[in-house]
Design a protein around this ligand. Structure first.
Ligand SMILES: C[S@@+](CC[C@H](N)C(=O)[O-])C[C@H]1O[C@@H](n2cnc3c(N)ncnc32)[C@H](O)[C@@H]1O
Length: 159
């Protein structure tokens, strides 16, 4: 479900987040941890990565530049941030990454498509229904042993 520019804007459209990389979410690191736990993850240099709440792509864009054979998709509900990130991607002429303006609540994730799903700095700042969706997409029901996810920081509100 793409969000049209005319639809409601988020606080991040008014005040964009400073979007940086988080090395904890790099597929190389996730693959290393997964391997230590006995899994057989997709090779970082040829994998598909999805980031939920990617802001303007400060985390994904450096990965896409570093891993040209891998593919990256970032989604965020702030159209301003997505546009800022997409113009940097165009400027850098990266063809293996796309940022889309979508709501986590509305996306349909094709589980066969992504090897790594990351969501960094989102869980603690969104309402419970969005938290549940992030949880559902990053932890539940992944087929086989090939998928890795990283939700950071994972801080739950006490009930
Ligand atoms: C605190 S920022 C963190 C941004 C980035 N992941 C980072 O760590 O630098 C939270 C991000 O989540 C996005 N976000 C919040 N709720 C969302 C939703 N329901 N669907 C998609 N993105 C959402 C915001 O637009 C914002 O870019």
């Amino acid at each position: 479900m793409a969000i049209l520019e005319t639809e409601s804007r988020t606080s991040y459209d008014r005040v964009p987040y400073l979007s940086y990389l988080f090395r904890q979410t790099h597929p190389d690191r996730l693959a290393t941890i997964a391997t230590l736990f006995g899994l057989r993850p997709a090779p970082p240099d040829c994998c598909h990565v999805l980031e939920l709440g990617c802001a303007s792509g400060g985390n994904l864009i450096p990965m896409a530049e570093q891993l040209p054979q891998s593919k990256f998709l970032g989604i965020d509900s702030s159209i301003r941030q997505v546009r800022d990130g997409q113009s940097l991607i165009d400027e850098l002429r990266l063809t293996n990454i796309e940022l889309r303006c979508e709501d986590i609540l509305g996306i349909e994730i094709d589980r066969g498509r992504f090897d790594y799903i990351i969501s960094c700095g989102v869980f603690s700042w969104v309402p419970e229904n969005v938290q549940e969706r992030v949880d559902q997409e990053t932890t539940e029901g992944w087929p086989g042993e090939l998928k890795c996810s990283m939700t950071h920081p994972l801080i739950r509100r006490s009930s």
